[in-house]
Design a protein around this ligand. Structure first.
Ligand SMILES: NC(=O)c1ccc[n+]([C@@H]2O[C@H](COP(=O)([O-])OP(=O)(O)OC[C@H]3O[C@@H](n4cnc5c(N)ncnc54)[C@H](OP(=O)(O)O)[C@@H]3O)[C@@H](O)[C@H]2O)c1
Length: 245
């Protein structure tokens, strides 16, 4: 699909990786909807940065843990663009620790609502908005840990594994005009509150021996969006972490 001139909705697009997705799409000529939860100021800054590429850019707030805020987010996106977005990037997520024994119900529910239910409802809304013929692309941002689970992030891992399964189901159901794929990322940015040293410790034994550069992740996103023959695919962008040490 030619991206230039079409619209994209990126959830959690105000800062960190979401912001990088927004700017990569803007650089590719897409009009961008920067969804944010709390980061209003960062969202506005990202909108201004996106506009430097000569595209239209808008910020929209929604609490994605609230199911009732999701259809209005897609409706407002369509209103602002004047036409439904042709690309949906589900990037907003929560990432909190918890083993099987100590994961609280609140921790579990938050992960399921934000990391799994919100992308599910957004994919439904996106598919409805595009109808049965208009071409579109969905990319769900997941994690290599969804395929190779560890012990420490149970709810997060299960939510992302659900997202990968949903990617497969949606790819079948929304074909042939909508392709649905996922990126399973390894370490890219340290989680909020952690520093580069934390990240370096995390990756010292993986084959790549380093975290991903942000451009390596955005390149993978653009690759999936530009290809019309890949659907139901999970692309691991993890420096070989899944291979073990
Ligand atoms: N960072 C990494 O190295 C890494 C590794 C593997 C996978 N990933 C995946 O890549 C994606 C982006 O990662 P990231 O590190 O950039 O993510 P992040 O900073 O942890 O969070 C992304 C965004 O989610 C939004 N969000 C949180 N709660 C929300 C809510 N209730 N309603 C609406 N939005 C909410 C936040 O928006 P506001 O700031 O506006 O509140 C935040 O900017 C995620 O799906 C993550 O799981 C990241």
């Amino acid at each position: 699909m030619e991206l230039r001139g079409k619209g994209a909705l990126v959830t959690g697009g105000a800062r960190r990786l979401g912001r990088a997705f927004v700017l990569a799409l803007a650089e590719a000529g897409m009009d961008v909807l920067v969804h944010y939860g709390h980061a209003a100021r960062e969202a506005e800054r990202t909108v201004q940065e996106a506009r430097r590429y000569g595209v239209r850019a808008f910020a929209l707030q929604a609490d994605l843990t609230r199911a009732e805020e999701i259809a209005p987010l897609m409706d407002r996106t369509t209103e602002l663009l004047g036409t439904p977005p042709r690309v949906l990037v589900n990037s907003a997520a929560v990432f909190k620790a918890g083993t099987l024994r100590d994961t609280t119900l609140d921790n579990w529910v938050e992960h399921m609502r934000l990391n799994l239910r919100a992308p599910f409802l957004l994919m439904q809304a996106f598919a409805r908005a595009l109808g049965s013929q208009t071409p579109g692309k969905i990319v769900n941002i997941a994690d290599w840990r969804a395929l190779y689970p560890g012990r420490k992030y149970v709810a997060y891992t299960v939510s992302k594994a659900g997202l990968l399964t949903l990617t497969l189901i949606a790819a079948r159901e929304l074909a042939p005009h909508i392709q649905v794929n996922a990126l399973a990322l390894g370490a890219v940015l340290p989680p909020p509150g952690e520093d580069e040293a934390y990240l370096q410790r995390l990756v010292q034994h993986i084959p790549a021996r380093r975290a991903a550069r942000v451009e390596e992740v955005t390149d993978a996103l653009l690759f999936l969006l530009r290809n019309d023959y890949i659907t139901g695919e999970t692309l691991l962008v993890d420096g070989g972490a899944h291979l073990g040490t």
